[in-house]
Design a protein around this ligand. Structure first.
Ligand SMILES: Nc1nc2c(ncn2[C@@H]2O[C@H](COP(=O)(O)OP(=O)(O)OP(=O)(O)O)[C@@H](O)[C@H]2O)c(=O)[nH]1
Ligand SMILES: [Mg+2]
Length: 571
């Protein structure tokens, strides 16, 4: 199926053309018929040879209904741009064209209608010229009359040619249906309608309507019940589990596929200076936003309530006061906080590099997670050659180097390395597995600890790690010979560790961690001076086997003085 939205000034003949093409009057309200004016969106469809089903979303042209018009064209990829031969270029023609241009609509057909009333050539020339400065530049055009039917066959043929150029969207894409109507059907319950842009809806699907879980109980496409529908399509979705106390639904999405976005950094095009509180029109909905210009055509938008936005989304900003319009392209839906002065300009410089691909996104963030990328609408590849990949995590080359340096500094500041969890925490990494991935020579990981590898054998690194655990609580409870044996610390190994400053060796098989002597001096300094060996042993919570060589070590290194009566004092 294809979906086409009309656009054009009030009374220029949009609805008349849709009726002529489909045999159905898109103006169904009594008031619409009486006033000869569209007020709501109209929905009709037909079949065109060569392309099949074509659904129309007929929009109102009156300036008062612009919000409805924007809801109609917002999610639709193809425009039927209608201009009256007898009433060339008018304000809402310009306004609708600006909206289509801002949304980046590239597919469309220009129709000059009411050709039975005036020479269509001037209207056609003017419209072609106006379109030439927009995303619709160079589209096909046709002249016809909705009243006499002249030129309608040309219109069908040209529209067929236009639609043949529209690439079909991915049926496997996540669903995001912007709701343009919601109503209650007796016996069925809540029904929402919209233009499904991509992806597939199936009866039985569990989705989220705004934040609330709902189930698809029935699906209707062009007036018929269907078990499934893939975009692009006009769909009516009957929902089960719709909470009664909820406001009108805005958007129906695949669960977990989108972030609930309240802050978005965007590129803004057209118009003059942004007001502080413009309206953001996106999909078929609109809401108030706070706009903070970042300079260089970039801005940060704070949304009044969260929406499932993605990078690359096109939307409109509007100042309802003076009817100005701006185009918006979403660059980042998870931007960092801006605190310090001047951070806006720095942020703008980063935003200028973002183009919806992975490489600049990775460069800007340093570290990304594939599920997060998918939710934000950014491709998860190709991964730049210098990046580090660990499971779903990707770290940029530059951030990898920075983290490796920081990890090395952490290790160097420790006595026997750091655990992965400790390192992850200190480096601000979201996952300890990343530490493992960052370990590269001269660092290495042994028994869950990252240490400086040098050329120490694994068993000695592991033994030091175990020793550290042993001594964590009681730093003077030196392991006995038995424990040293179990750790594989034979005299040669101990000698080497002592030489490299990884242990403090007081006697052949009395070892503590480096720095234990400093702790001892501090504790002994708190005793009444001078103190006996027994008092020292109690203060350090240790045995004579450790206390004696430790005190001798302190004497030798000049930190305690041994008195003639065998008592000591701290220097
Ligand atoms: N003579 C003539 N009249 C037309 C033609 N097309 C539309 N009209 C008349 O123009 C008036 C407006 O037509 P609509 O089709 O309602 O115009 P519209 O663009 O849908 O208007 P809005 O929805 O209000 O923006 C109606 O009275 C139509 O009968 C045409 O080709 N020739
Ligand atoms: Mg109309």
């Amino acid at each position: 199926m294809y979906v086409v939205a009309t656009a054009g000034h009030v009374d220029h003949g949009k609805s008349t053309l849709v009726r002529a093409l489909t045999g159905t009057d898109p103006d169904r309200l009594e008031e619409e018929k009486r006033r000869g004016l569209s007020i709501r969106l109209g929905y009709c469809w037909t079949r065109l040879d060569g392309v099949g089903d074509v659904a129309f979303v007929d929009v109102p042209g009156h300036e008062r209904f612009l919000t409805t018009t924007l809801a109609g064209v917002g999610p639709v990829p193809v425009a039927l741009f209608v201009v009256a031969a007898d009433d060339p270029w008018m304000p809402q023609a310009a306004e609708h064209l600006a909206a289509l241009d801002a949304l980046g609509v590239r597919h469309g057909l220009l129709v000059v209608t009411r050709a039975d009333l005036a020479d269509p050539a001037p209207a056609l020339a003017r419209a072609v010229d106006e379109l030439s400065r927009t995303s619709l530049a160079g589209i096909r055009s046709v002249v016809c009359s909705g009243r006499t039917g002249a030129g309608l066959d040309d219109l069908r043929r040209e529209l067929t040619a236009v639609l043949r150029d529209v690439a079909p969207p991915d049926p496997g894409a996540d669903v995001r249906l912007w709701v343009d109507r919601e109503f209650h059907v007796r016996g069925t319950g809540t029904v929402v309608t919209g233009t499904l842009q991509a992806g597939t809806l199936r009866v039985g699907d569990r989705l989220l309507l705004d934040d609330h879980p709902v189930r698809v109980r029935g699906l209707e496409c062009l007036g018929e019940q269907v078990p499934r529908a893939s975009g692009v399509a006009r769909v009516a979705v009957a929902l089960a589990d719709r909470p009664a106390d909820q406001g009108p639904g805005r958007v129906l999405v695949t669960p977990d596929a989108y972030d609930a976005v309240e802050l978005a950094d965007v590129r803004v095009t057209g118009g003059g200076r942004l007001p502080e509180r413009p309206l953001l029109h996106v999909g078929a909905t609109f809401l108030s936003v706070h706009a903070r210009p970042l300079g260089g055509g970039l801005a940060r938008l704070r949304l009044e309530h969260p929406l499932p936005l993605r990078v690359g989304d096109r939307a409109l900003l509007r100042d309802p006061g003076d009817r100005s319009l701006w185009g918006v392209e979403v660059l980042d839906v998870d931007p960092p906080a801006l605190r310090r002065r001047g951070s806006g300009a720095r942020r703008a410089a980063v935003l200028d590099t973002l183009d919806g691909t992975l490489a600049p996104e990775l460069a800007a963030r340093g570290l990304v997670h594939r599920p997060g990328l998918r939710r934000r609408g950014i491709p998860t590849g190709p991964v730049p050659g210098d990046a580090l990949v660990h499971g779903d995590w990707i770290v940029s080359g530059r951030e990898t180097r920075r983290l490796r340096d920081a990890l090395a500094a952490l290790v160097d500041a420790s006595t026997a390395g750091v655990t992965k969890h400790e390192a992850a925490q200190r480096l601000g990494l979201p996952h300890a597995g990343l530490v493992e991935a960052l370990v590269a020579p001269p660092l290495r990981e042994v028994a869950g600890r990252v240490t400086r590898g040098d050329d120490l054998p694994d068993r000695l690194v592991a033994a030091v790690a175990a020793l550290r655990d042993d001594l964590a609580e009681s730093p003077f409870a030196a392991p006995d010979a038995d424990r040293l044996g179990r750790l594989g610390l034979e005299p040669a190994g101990l000698a080497r560790l002592a030489r490299e400053g990884r242990v403090l060796r007081l006697r052949d098989n009395v070892v503590l961690l480096p720095g234990a002597d400093d702790v001892a001096v501090q504790r002994l300094g708190e005793l009444e001076q001078p103190f006996t060996t027994s008092q020292a042993r109690q203060a350090l919570v240790t045995s004579r086997r450790v206390a004696l060589p430790l005190l001798e070590h302190l004497d030798r290194t000049g930190r305690t003085v041994r008195l003639p009566d065998d008592r000591r004092r701290v220097r």
